[in-house]
Design a protein around this ligand. Sequence first.
Ligand SMILES: [Zn+2]
Length: 317
Amino acid sequence: MISYQRTIREKISCSGIGLHSGEKTKITLFPAEPDSGIRFRRTDVPGKDVLIEASYRNLATVNYATTLSKDGYRVQTVEHLLSALAGLGIDNLLIEIDSGEVPIMDGSAAPFVFLIQEAGVVEQPVPRKYIKIKKTIQVGTGDKFIKITPAKEFEVTYTIHFDHPLINTQQAHYVISEATFIRRISRARTFGFLHETQKLREAGLIKGGSLNNAIVVGDYHILNGGLRLEDEFVCHKIIDFLGDISLLGRPIIGHVTAYKAGHGLHALLVQEIAPYIHKWEFIPELEEKPTFSESILSHNQIIYPYPKTNLVATTAP
Ligand SMILES: [Zn+2]
């Protein structure tokens, strides 16, 4: 378990098109102070500093994409970027964006993982706070549900069912770690059904959608050719879930079981957990022990990355 907050080492940019808007968009990621969280800054609003925190408090709509909104300004399709940040344990980041939608890139979280790795990840001298789930919370409608139960780690068991011969029922279970996220989950692309594309286009959605940024499932075959992962469909739902639940602002320790869920149920679960954020706050014991000799440094001399409070804890008998 990572004990310290993290940000990126240096700023980095990428460009792409918005899945729903079809607009070309540039984002630039900047390192940010401890405890500042993940924030978006819209740079296309003249004369105004529009900052939108990636928080459940700003969660606006969840139809086909997770949208944040504050003071009338929005950022749409944030979930894959937020998922990559959560997967790589980035707590603090400022994201400048010159439109209202995060670029879809290849439809997965992998391009954002690459971007963050290129920028470099640094630990910050402030312990990370987790939310440790202490009782079962369940939300659902009909046969669809999502629940979270107490556990020692962050685990996700996700099941999807589509009445389609190329998907049917898929289930995946992962203990979420940085390595698991990068290797097993992050490359899973978003997917849609060919017979639904016309309806979505008529609704003004997926203007930027193409075979370059989504798996398109036809009646008898996948139009893109093959899949990247055997469980790519369900893994993409896990990407979406990790992005959505990151709106709580702290990593979770608990076991999530989701059945036929989606952005709507993810959002409901987030709203149900939100009142417990402070009650269930958990700061893990530091795993790394100081490498310096404690006898020659007074507490006041010891700085990054060992905060004074934790040093006191490690020297106590
Ligand atoms: Zn998605």
